[in-house]
Ligand binder design. Structure first.
Ligand code: ZN
Length: 166
């Protein structure tokens, strides 16, 4: 079976600002999407990807922080508990050439559906916890770049547009 690599939607595309809708059931179509998203994440060398980043406004994420390597594909993810604080310099596949130091919860417990439509819980800390919070933010239309001033955002868009032309 050929798994397609999808195109990653870039900021300021409106789909990135939408609140994504929950998935009713993990159907074979959703399983294919989970695999295409994983392939897309690996090919872009990211550690996580949310469905809105491939233009699909559904509550689906994939994560693999590589060290240790473990592919997590989860539908309707929800943070059910969180504790501590951690600071991490984050980037985003939808916001090229932009990083921002963010304060996040150091440990989270996430609940959601796996590929078999079964409810699972995952405990995460460190980078994995950061990745969960970053990707779940995407499902609520929240972006890393929302944390800087609107003036700085405009400058970023100008810079990126210019770079794309040259
Ligand atoms: Zn992102």
């Amino acid at each position: 079976m050929i798994v397609l690599v999808m195109q990653i939607v870039k900021y300021p595309s409106p789909v990135l600002k939408q609140k994504a809708l929950p998935v009713e059931k993990v159907t074979p179509e959703i399983v294919s999407l989970l695999d295409e998203m994983a392939e897309t994440m690996y090919s872009a060398q990211g550690v996580g990807l949310a469905a809105p980043q491939v233009g699909i406004s559904k509550r689906i994420i994939v994560i693999d922080i590589r060290e240790p390597a473990r592919l997590i594909q989860i539908v309707n993810p929800e943070i059910i508990s969180a504790e501590g604080e951690i600071e991490w310099e984050e980037g985003c596949l939808s916001i090229p050439e932009f990083t921002l130091k963010m304060k996040r919860k150091a440990k989270v417990k996430v609940r959601g559906l796996n590929k078999d439509n079964k409810l699972i819980e995952i405990e995460a800390e460190g980078l994995l916890a950061v990745a969960f919070q970053h990707e779940i933010d995407h499902l609520d239309g929240k972006l890393l770049i929302d944390n800087i001033s609107s003036l700085k955002r405009e400058l970023y868009v100008k810079k990126i547009k210019k770079a794309a032309i040259l």
